[in-house]
Design a protein around this ligand. Structure first.
Ligand SMILES: [Zn+2]
Length: 359
């Protein structure tokens, strides 16, 4: 962490000069990969030659030992450009594409300006029908989160992994004038704490009070404290219940049929911390986060739950959806409808942070 802080302090003034590029892993594999684009051109990164046109508009890249082979290229790394997006397998990406060998596999990395990336992903992270001030708050949180990832990954070949990819390029299809407007209205604005971009976590709904970073994510940070939240009781995910019979609960937990489940200990915000589950195998003590992982994040939607046994069935009743630390999206929506602007929303959920325009 110390090294990261120093790095951030050293680099942040430089980042302030221009919009940073994000590097996103869009494909990793052992076989060949085909890339397509209009007026596609390629350049070997270990040579002095410039870009060479690929007249067919399609380039197949194979692994040959520890080098890449594509048409006449034999190189360690290739960079591709096109007029318009480049297709990599099923995905279409904007910006440029670099292909390299990483740990014996072909890695395709998309370099994309941060703001272009945000316009593409914001629609996956928050509903475009949300209030414009809530969308702007989300744009700042997402920008800060991405920038922080970039600072943490400077010594790696990419900033964001392929699991994020699905969101990213699902996002391109979901580009929406409302989310794009929120990104443009907040261009370059980032949340900082002591000159460092913050870990801007966010989630769907908290059920009335957010969690601390420590209890939700094991991140005891001064700006991830528990705050009250004015989210509507009618928010679609504010209240939920989950019914599982003893056998199914046992199967998900990896135990036999469960006889009893009890929250042994709760956090200061009332969320489950430790859970005891008793089956024929005896009593198992699980961290509530692990209990939630085993039941499924979409099934047990948060750790703010009560559990009761009714006959052979266990009934979980809970509030909120997500880990609960940082900005509550349904709370941001309620605050925006109540007349708060995005700055007020951000300073409520990330207290003590400052909004700074970096470029
Ligand atoms: Zn909330």
């Amino acid at each position: 962490m110390r090294a990261l802080l120093v790095l951030a302090l050293l680099l942040f003034p430089a980042l302030a000069l221009a919009e940073p590029l994000l590097r996103i892993a869009v494909h990793e594999g052992e076989g060949a990969v085909a890339l397509e684009g209009e007026r596609l051109r390629a350049r070997a990164l270990d040579g002095d030659d410039g870009y060479r046109p690929i007249p067919s508009g399609c380039l197949e890249v194979r692994l040959e030992g520890d080098r890449l082979a594509a048409e006449e290229f034999r190189t360690a790394a290739l960079r591709l450009r096109a007029d318009g997006p480049i297709a990599v397998g099923r995905w279409k990406v904007r910006g440029s594409v670099e292909i390299l060998v990483h740990e014996g596999r072909i890695l395709v990395v998309n370099e994309i300006p941060l703001e272009t990336y945000l316009a593409a992903v914001l629609g996956s992270e928050m509903m475009p029908s949300f209030h414009p001030e809530a969308l702007k708050a989300q744009a700042v949180a997402s920008r800060t989160y991405a920038l922080r990832k970039r600072l943490e990954t400077l010594d790696r070949p990419y900033d964001l992994g392929a699991t994020v990819l699905a969101q990213v390029y699902e996002g391109v299809h979901r580009e929406d004038p409302r989310t794009r407007a929120a990104v443009e209205a907040t261009t370059g604005e980032v949340l900082v704490f002591e000159h460092e971009p913050i870990e801007a976590y966010f989630f769907s709904s908290c059920g009335g009070r957010t969690a601390t970073g420590e209890e939700a994510l094991g991140r005891a940070l001064p700006y991830l404290v528990s705050v009250s939240c004015g989210e509507s009781e009618d928010a679609p995910r504010a209240r939920w219940d989950l019914r599982l019979d003893a056998a199914e609960l046992g199967r998900r937990l990896g135990l036999g049929a469960v006889q009893s489940v009890r929250v042994e200990k709760r956090t200061s915000t009332g969320r489950a911390e430790w859970v005891l589950a008793t089956s024929a195998k005896g009593t198992t003590r699980l961290r509530a986060a692990e209990f939630r992982r085993r039941l499924g994040y979409d099934a047990l939607r948060s750790l703010a739950f009560e559990v009761q046994k009714r006959g052979s069935e266990f009934v979980f009743r809970g509030r909120g959806f997500g880990h609960g630390a940082g900005m509550c999206q349904w709370g941001a929506q309620a605050a925006a409808l109540d007349g708060r602007d995005y700055r007020e929303i951000l300073s409520h959920y990330y207290p003590g942070t400052e909004l700074r325009k970096m470029y």
